[in-house]
Structures are given as C-alpha cells and as structure tokens.
Design a protein around this ligand. Structure first.
Ligand code: T3D
Length: 260
C-alpha cells in the first residue's frame, strides 16, 4: 500500500501531498496521523521556510473517509478523532512559524475544505471546487470550517455554505474572498511551487510574527492589537533580515534574507 502522505523537502520548501488519489484523498485515520506528523516536521525544521500542501490525482481532499467514519469497528468517537488527530494538524498549519500554501487541485470537501482553508495562502485550479459536505450526511462542519468561513466570507455566506452544502466553483470562492487566486488547471502546480520558492526566500522570522498578529487580531481589541504589533516590531527590528532588508534597499539591490 502506498504512503497516505508524501513529504519532500527541496530548497527550503516542504511539499506535503495528500496521497489517496483513488478516493480523492479522503482522510483515513492513517492519512490524518501522517498529515499531522508532516505538519509538525515541517513546522519544527528550521531549514524549511515555506510549506506547500496539495493533493495527488484529480482531487484535493474529499473529507473524512466515509468507509472508516461510519464503521462500528472504529475505536475512537468522532470527537476523539477530531481532538487527537485533526486539531493538532489544523492548529499546526496556522501557528507554524512559516507560511503554508494550500494548492487546491480539485474538489475540497468536508474536512478537506477545512484543511484547504487553514492555509495562509489558498490557491486553486480553475476546475477545483469547495463543498461543506457535512450536512449532506447529517454531520456538522468540523476541523475549523465554522471558524474559518465566517471570517473569510462573512456570516451570511458562511451560513448558506454550511446549511446548503452546495459545491462552490473555485472562481466563485475567489470572488467571495474565500481563497487568494485561481489558475488554469495545468498552471496551478507550477504557480504554487513558484510562490512557495518565493516565500522561502523571504524574512521568515517576520513572517512568523505576521502570522501571530493576524491569528490574534480576531479576538483582540484595537489597543491589544497595537501592543502586539509594537512587541512584534521590537523583535523584527532586531533581526539579521531587517538589517539586510534596509541595507539592500539603500544599496539598491535585492535582499538576501536568511530567515533569522
Ligand atoms: O467521524 C468522523 O470521521 C468525523 C469527521 C468528519 C469530517 C468530514 O469530512 S465529513 C464529510 C465527508 N466527506 C463527504 O461527505 C464527501 C463525500 N464525497 C462526495 O460527496 C463526492 O465524492 C465529491 C463531491 C467529493 C466528489 O464527487 P465526484 O463525482 O467528483 O467523485 P466520486 O465519484 O464521488 O468519488 C470518486 C471516488 O472517491 C469514489 O470511489 P469509486 O466509486 O471510484 O470506487 C468515491 O466513493 C470515493 N470517495 C469520494 N469521497 C469519499 C470517497 N470514499 C470515501 N470517503 C469519502 N469521503
């Protein structure tokens, strides 16, 4: 049996591929376990400065594998499975100190849509689609969908998406602010790789502070957020990359950031 997750590290970019193409990369317990490990590995490896998540074959991820989800043989309840395996992976994507790109190459359904939306920058192929499949099978959105969606598209759209469970084409998702960019199908992989390579050469320490600030902003008052920004700037302005960025600007050349 092939590995449910592929992990490659090249030139500061970790590429994580969901790899069960026969079932549109549906999430088995083995897949989500290996995915959480891959996220943890990429997050803690200091040589990795950007992460790219995508799917093998024609789908991105069809959500929980319904063969195992509905099975009476499964040892963990849904809540246990989510808490122990899904949550660390989703939180890991959002909190790792480097940017995560999700390249949605095909359908992203159920918890697969949650994984897609957990990326810092979400790209999609023109033929990709987004589907809050949960209510169609009598479940509620999980793995962060009810947190991500209202923040991305607003309450009105989040409610309609969750309740109606309609399949949303990538371009509509872009227009409603759910995702960043849409590319022709045959260009997505190259565009996503180029973006990851670009991010891996940027000031990674500043990126980690940007993520912390944006993650906190939804719950902070303006005064608290201003404080957080000031604290973060104190840290960023003492980095080697800040010195290099200013020098490069003054010397009219491209900066050579080291991520420190
Ligand atoms: O307890 C817990 O686990 C709680 C956690 C829940 C989290 C969740 O994610 S719940 C939501 C689970 N996902 C779904 O309900 C989506 C089910 N899939 C679909 O609705 C459709 O497959 C898609 C809309 C995603 C894609 O449709 P289409 O027509 O492009 O492809 P298809 O023909 O339906 O699927 C291709 C194959 O993948 C097919 O297998 P086959 O017939 O070729 O042998 C299909 O059965 C398989 N597949 C697709 N999704 C799943 C799946 N197999 C297992 N689990 C799936 N989720």
């Amino acid at each position: 049996m092939s590995e449910p997750i592929l992990y490659e590290a090249v030139d500061g970019v970790a590429r994580i591929t969901l790899n069960r193409p026969d079932v549109l990369n549906a999430i088995s317990p083995e897949l989500i376990t290996a995915y959480g490990e891959a996220i943890q590995r990429a997050g803690s490896d200091e040589t990795i400065r950007a992460v790219l998540v995508t799917g093998a074959g024609r789908g991105f991820c069809a959500g929980a594998d319904l063969n195992s989800s509905g099975s009476p043989q499964r040892k963990m309840s849904s809540g246990q499975l989510l808490r122990t395996l899904y949550h660390p992976a989703i939180v890991g994507m959002r909190t790792m100190p480097k940017p995560v790109i999700t390249a949605v190459n095909g359908v992203a359904a159920g918890a697969g849509m949650s994984i897609a939306l957990a990326g810092d920058i979400v790209l999609a192929a023109q033929s990709a689609s987004f589907l809050q499949a949960f209510s169609k099978i009598g479940l509620v959105p999980d793995a962060g969908s009810t947190w991500f969606l209202p923040r991305l598209v607003g309450d009105v759209r989040a409610r309609a998406l969750a309740l109606l469970a309609d399949k949303i084409p990538a371009e509509d998702a872009r227009q409603m602010g759910m995702i960043w960019k849409v590319y022709p199908d045959d260009q997505l992989a190259a565009e996503a790789q180029a973006l990851a390579a670009r991010l891996a050469k940027m000031p990674t320490r500043a990126y980690s502070l940007i993520k912390v600030a944006l993650n906190a902003s939804g719950d902070n008052s303006l005064a608290d957020q201003l404080e957080l920004e000031a604290d973060s700037q104190d840290i960023a302005s003492k980095t080697e990359d800040f010195r290099e960025g200013v020098q490069a600007f003054l010397q009219k050349r491209q900066p050579d950031f080291k991520g420190r």
